[in-house]
Design a protein around this ligand. Structure first.
Ligand code: NAD
Ligand code: UD1
Length: 323
């Protein structure tokens, strides 16, 4: 498929009202017929453009899924319980959404002969043996969430191999950007809220742990590339290749917001990965993907409340600011 092949298709975004899903929907909606299946457990209807078809339902419900997926060409599968600590507290509950429902999605895609682009995670690697982490690194997750994402990731590959279904797994590193919020959301949104409110910025553990933070607009571009690549049956890292410690991040955010919040330390999180950083050479080679937004400018635009740059599926080098 060429890069404009997504145009005029019908696509389903599961979890499309969520943080990442809604940015993807926004990029797709002007060019494709978009359906969203979401139970609004963490997503928001207000994030969705008016002209998308919304099916309010549970991705674990085969009837809702069947209805949402009828006749689609591509399924972007984002619905999940995304919080690592929630998965540690209730592993069976998150398994039902992250694994059981993912299998339903793949089965439904077989019925429809639809491509699947699945949101996998850097959590599949666990503590990396080598940094940056490449896709061939060992996978030893440290949390139920990581195990569940690994199952999704492997099923995605297997469906390509066994049933010739065009599938791609995107292993996101730590995604941030506008619309990320809530008690179980990512550390950047948590630190920003704390700094803005003048409340203590809460570091789990010593703050020496590192992460590779990738802006949501870059993640959207990776999805658009994955929707048309000929290199299916593969998993790709989606990160920047740069790492920052959580301690340094806390200071960066405090400075960027001119906040006088104290920085405090709490107990380390059970199941927390120590270091995480992406080798993105495979995504670069096969998808032509490279992150464009650096962390400093990404944080600056969040502080200034700027909208994320909009990626276009029609030759995705066209990047326009939303109106
Ligand atoms: P999010 O919580 O904002 O989005 C998840 C969406 O799925 C929400 O709209 C929620 O309402 C919906 N949802 C949850 N359970 C559902 C169910 N049973 N039925 C229907 N809808 C359901 O989270 P996000 O950060 O946008 O994550 C999107 C995807 O990316 C997830 O699969 C997540 O595991 C993956 N991911 C995220 C990150 C990150 O840093 N945010 C990193 C790696 C992978
Ligand atoms: C995040 C994603 C997960 C994804 C993974 C991929 C969220 C909620 N989780 O997990 O879906 O698969 O990246 O890499 O987006 N921290 C603090 N103080 C806080 C909050 C967090 O110190 O108040 C620390 C955590 O202990 C951790 C780091 O910041 O070391 C990142 O935490 P978090 O944003 O929750 O993301 P991950 O657990 O890496």
């Amino acid at each position: 498929m060429d890069s404009s092949a997504i145009r005029d298709k019908t696509v389903l975004v599961t979890g499309g009202a969520g943080f990442i899903g809604s940015h993807l929907v926004e990029a797709l909606a002007p060019h494709t017929e978009v359906r969203v299946l979401d139970d609004f457990s963490t997503g928001e209807r207000a994030y969705l453009p008016e002209d998308v078809t919304v099916i309010e339902g549970d991705v674990r419900d085969p009837i809702a899924l069947q209805r949402a997926a009828r006749g689609v060409d591509v399924i972007f599968h984002h619905a999940a319980v995304v919080s690592v600590s929630q998965s540690v507290d209730a592993p069976r509950q998150s398994n039902r959404t992250n694994v059981d429902a993912s299998l339903l999605v793949l089965e439904q895609a077989r019925q429809e002969d639809a491509r699947v682009v699945a949101a996998s995670s850097a959590a599949v690697y666990g503590h990396p043996v080598e940094l940056p982490v490449s896709e061939t690194a060992p996978t030893e997750p440290t949390s139920p969430y990581g195990v569940q994402k690994l199952a999704l990731d492997q099923y995605t590959r297997l469906y390509a191999e066994l049933y010739d279904l065009p599938t791609v797994a995107l292993r996101y590193f730590n995604v941030y950007g506008p619309r990320q919020r809530g008690p179980y959301s990512g550390v950047i949104s948590t630190f920003l809220e704390q700094a803005r409110a003048g409340e203590p910025i809460t570091i789990d553990g010593d703050g020496e742990q590192t992460r590779d933070f990738v802006h949501v607009s870059d993640v959207v571009r990776a999805n658009l590339r994955a929707a048309t690549t000929g290199e299916t049956g593969e998993a790709y890292n989606v990160g920047t290749g740069e790492r920052i410690s959580i301690g340094e991040l806390a200071e960066t955010i405090r400075d960027a917001t001119d906040s006088s919040s104290p920085i405090v330390h709490r107990e380390p999180r059970p199941g927390d990965i120590r270091h995480s950083g992406a080798d993105i050479s495979k995504a670069d080679r096969a998808l032509g993907f490279e992150a464009r937004v650096g962390l400093e400018s990404g944080i600056r635009s969040l502080v200034d409340d700027e909208p994320a740059p909009l990626a276009s599926p029609i030759g995705d080098d066209t990047v326009a600011d939303p109106e």
